[in-house]
Design a protein around this ligand. Structure first.
Ligand code: RAM
Length: 362
């Protein structure tokens, strides 16, 4: 598999590494790298036969359950998904907890089951905590789509992944390596300890760091800011106190990277410690302009919500069942094919820097 780094060059994962890692990750998260595979035709558990020509049903009720409702990134995703539901004649809503704790979503799933929603879309705070209630939902013929952060693969019909998990993890290390000349101590500022998406990316970051070109780089700590602004800010401060010679931080969370940038921009480390990761252009613009951050990445969160919404409608209308190789049309985004383990990939992440950031408004 070819992956790009900041300059659009190189990086090859050996097939053996990729396969064994993918298997390990599947065991704990249900996310695999081989998501673009088609054919095969595995059936999702308990699924009926797909009718690719079935029209999208009118009046579908779908609900988005994000990691937490006060996360600006999740808001963009969910609002776009709700707008998409309107487009196909359904209704969408967003409900969810105010913190991203492991079990915080369970009571919301139970309520959505009682309300007889047609589909639940969930960004899992913990792959296991939501599993039982989601299985209950599927038993009652409520379709379950994980997006952003997966649960285990038998606890949902589909996982809408923003980009290849392997590419996200490895490319962040490639970008940072290039920025710091492949030398020095580095740290990761993550979201919560249980977040499936962050943990999957971090595993791939660690795999990338094992390659010979990174032998001069040392990962000294993975810190957790819990996708809470203040905690992420304090964790950044803590990292700098513990490792004053730190050369770089990767924060694969929009909440974390914005808080870390705020801390660095006001400290003596500004311009000295490289901060890279995943952020929204609107939150990161001022830190790119003031020289705190050179570059960061993300996909289009509106498209993620839009795709998830259409996937939920296609499931609830019987067009697809979640089996590998099935295809569905996601409105203006066009046709998507379901990959291995029910994974659908939105596309490729974009790298933002001073040259292009003003072209984006989200
Ligand atoms: C945060 C959340 C989310 C992740 C983005 C990049 O907003 O942790 O799950 O996808 O960052």
């Amino acid at each position: 598999m070819m992956l790009r780094n900041a300059a659009g060059r190189r990086a090859v994962a050996t097939a053996a590494t990729a396969v064994s890692l993918a298997l390990a990750l599947t065991a704990c998260s249900g996310t695999t790298k081989d998501s673009k595979d088609t054919g095969g035709g595995e059936k999702a558990a308990g699924s009926a036969t797909a009718d690719p020509n079935a029209p999208l049903k009118k009046g579908l009720k779908i609900a988005f359950l994000p990691k937490q409702i006060n996360n600006p990134y999740e808001k963009i995703v969910d609002e776009a998904g709700i707008a998409a539901a309107k487009e196909y004649g359904g209704t969408g809503k967003e409900v969810g907890p105010s913190d991203a704790n492991a079990s915080s979503q369970v009571s919301y799933i139970n309520t959505l089951i009682q309300q007889r929603q047609d589909a639940i879309l969930v960004a899992a705070n913990d792959p296991n905590a939501v599993c039982g209630p989601l299985k209950q939902a599927m038993k009652k013929d409520i379709k379950v789509v994980a997006y952003d952060s997966d649960t285990a693969k038998d606890c949902r019909q589909l996982f809408i992944n923003q980009a290849s998990s392997e590419e996200i993890g490895r490319s962040l290390v490639q970008h940072l390596g290039e920025q710091i000349g492949y030398k020095g101590k580095v740290a990761i500022l993550s979201a919560t300890q249980n977040a499936t998406n962050q943990n999957t990316w971090i595993e791939f970051m660690k795999e990338e760091l094992k390659l010979p070109e990174y032998k001069g780089m040392e990962l000294v700590k993975v810190a957790y800011g819990d996708d809470a602004d203040q905690k992420s800010f304090q964790q950044t401060q803590g990292l700098m106190q513990a490792y004053p010679d730190l050369k770089g931080i990767i924060s694969p969370t929009t909440v974390g990277i914005a808080a870390a940038a705020r801390y660095l921009s006001d400290s003596s480390y500004k311009g000295k410690v490289v901060l890279n990761g995943l952020g929204t252009p609107n939150q990161m613009r001022k830190y790119v302009k003031d020289g705190t951050v050179e570059q960061f990445s993300l996909w289009n969160p509106e498209e993620l919500g839009y795709l998830g919404s259409y996937a939920a409608a296609a499931l609830a209308s019987g067009q697809i069942t979640g089996a590998e190789g099935e295809k569905f049309k996601a409105g203006k985004l066009g046709e998507y094919t379901i990959g291995k383990d029910g994974e659908v990939i939105l596309g490729e992440p974009t790298v933002f820097d001073a040259k292009n950031i003003d072209q984006f408004n989200f």
